[in-house]
Design a protein around this ligand. Structure first.
Ligand code: HEM
Length: 240
């Protein structure tokens, strides 16, 4: 390259400093979409190289750099995220919309709605939770950076540890949802003996209050764990 060409290449780059600032974040984000995911160390090296010597030759995942998008990985992540939205979203809807409303309507209405919702909700959450966990397991390993996937990261890496914590959190969320919330709600809404006050009036019996309290505690605990696992997902996105 002649001196003139070198100078013009330098000045062309000099007028695009905003690209230098933007590109590194793309490199940090994009790898999860392509077949070969560089380790955080590789991504950091790529960032350093770019800020020192200009843009990369080709965008990661583009045809020019010889790698293609892994559509199976894409599909696994798509399904994982949509079922996760359903799972987490249902819990948010239940805690912030449905339960507060059921506490305000006449008890007999709350009982009738609760009886119909509980079995449907329990089944939907069970299916969504199971699929989220299975797809999350596969997305991290078979179609991800952990063995037996591309093996670019180990189970002892930051990513591997966050992924392992996610499994434990998900199992706890599932157990609380299915084991405590589902069962407690079924007992609360299906036991006619607890709903006499709905027609006779007066305060609810002690058994009703105890079950409702357990339901509230379990829901809050589950919500905290959901927020924790969601944070883990975002951390993994950034290689941690
Ligand atoms: C309620 C539970 C979960 C929710 C709400 C959730 C949500 C998400 C979301 C939104 C993403 C996309 C993140 C992004 O690209 O910015 C994601 C990715 C991912 N999730 Fe989950 N997830 C859950 C459970 C799990 C579990 C239990 C595992 C592992 C067993 C897991 C493994 C993964 C993996 C490996 C990725 C790809 C991360 C990457 O390399 O970029 N997820 N999840």
């Amino acid at each position: 390259m002649g001196a003139l060409q070198r100078e013009s290449a330098r000045s062309a780059w000099a007028v695009r400093p905003s690209l230098v600032a933007v590109r590194p974040s793309l490199v940090a984000v994009r790898p999860s979409l392509v077949a070969v995911r560089p380790s955080p160390g590789v991504a950091a090296r790529a960032q350093r190289t770019m800020s020192e010597s200009g843009p990369p030759a080709a965008r990661p995942g583009s045809e020019e750099d010889g790698r293609t998008m892994d559509w199976v990985q894409f599909a696994a992540q798509w399904l994982h995220v949509i079922f996760a939205i359903f799972w987490f979203g249902s819990a948010l809807y239940l805690d912030f919309i449905l339960m507060p409303v059921l506490q305000k309507v006449p008890p007999s209405s709350a009982r009738d709605v609760g009886r119909r919702i509980v079995p449907r909700m329990a089944m939907a959450m069970r299916i969504a939770g199971t699929l989220v966990i299975i797809l999350g397991l596969l997305r991290g390993t078979v179609w991800g950076p952990l063995p037996p996937g591309d093996g670019s990261l180990s189970f002892g890496s930051d990513y591997g540890i966050t992924w392992s914590i996610s499994i434990l959190l998900a199992l706890a969320i599932f157990a609380i949802g299915d084991g405590v919330i589902g069962r407690t709600a079924a007992r609360l809404y299906n036991d006619d003996g607890l709903w006499g006050f709905a027609t006779a009036g007066g305060p609810p019996p002690a058994g009703f209050v105890a079950l409702a309290g357990r339901l509230r505690m379990a829901s809050i605990t589950q919500l905290v764990l959901f927020v924790a696992i969601f944070t883990c997902m975002i951390l993994m996105r950034f290689g941690l």
